[in-house]
Design a protein around this ligand. Structure first.
Ligand code: PGA
Length: 252
């Protein structure tokens, strides 16, 4: 039985002080209504330290929104896995479609980052995949997802793959208010699980959690989260309000 995992992707929202407040609301909400799911919040880099302090002693884990694959060096503007780990980060989002669309993320850089995150058990990557509307409409969806998954996991051993999470986020559903239907999402999640079985084996494919992301909200969460291969969510807009984030978690 896979434990569901919910991650709030706060993107480029909220100052450090605002992030601290939101984290506190999430922690208090979960104290009042505990969940059996794993809960992660991913603030901006400058808020990590302050949010880490709020999360101490709570079951909520800290995540980051990206990382570089080198440990240190002349990479202006970048941050390393070791630095993230040092402030208490457990999970790191890698290959988000916004990174792919605006900041030249490729399957190769996703793979480099994932391998670095996993090396020596530093961080657990949340590996994002998803097709654009055009790719879906022209019948390329499975090929795109397959290429992204194969690329992300190149050179990653089965023992490491067990520490990864996949987020299936159809690009056309992100921030648009238009979510994938439960059937659409389930069929891609199933496809991804079969891919993992072919890359590794059944024990890996049955263990790796696959989140759905894209306009997830309390109103559509129950239907999506009750699908057999949907193991939680990567949540953008709705995670910026504690009530909505907690509402999604509570509906699982
Ligand atoms: P959304 O974003 O929930 O606002 O659609 C999801 C994401 O980009 O991770």
């Amino acid at each position: 039985m896979r434990r569901k995992i919910f991650a709030g992707n706060w993107k480029m929202h909220k100052t450090a002080a605002e992030s601290e407040g939101l984290a506190r609301d999430v922690v208090e909400g979960l104290r009042a209504h505990p969940t059996s799911s794993e809960v992660v919040v991913c603030p901006t880099y400058v808020a990590l330290d302050r949010v880490a302090a709020v999360l101490t002693g709570s079951p909520v884990l800290l995540g980051a929104q990206d990382m570089h694959w080198e440990s240190q060096g002349a990479y202006t503007g970048k941050i390393s896995a070791d630095m993230l780990q040092a402030v208490g980060v457990t999970y790191v989002i890698i290959g988000h479609s916004e990174q792919r669309a605006y900041f030249h993320e490729t399957d190769e850089t996703v793979n480099r980052k994932a391998r670095k995150a996993l090396a020596g058990g530093i961080l657990k990557p949340i590996l994002c995949v998803g097709e654009t509307l055009q790719e879906r409409e022209t019948g390329l969806m499975e090929k795109v997802i397959q290429t992204q998954i194969r690329g992300a996991y190149a050179g990653i051993a089965a023992s490491e793959a067990l520490h990864t999470v996949i987020a299936y986020e159809p690009v056309w559903a992100i921030g648009t208010g238009r979510n994938a239907s439960p059937e659409q999402a389930q069929s891609v999640h199933f496809f991804i699980r079969e891919l993992l079985a072919s890359l590794y084996d059944r024990s890996v494919s049955e263990a790796v959690r696959i989140q759905y992301g894209g306009s997830l909200k309390p109103e559509n969460a129950l239907e999506l989260l009750s699908q057999p291969d949907i193991d939680g969510g990567l949540i953008g807009g709705a995670s910026l309000k504690a009530d909505a984030f907690l509402g999604i978690i509570a509906s699982s």
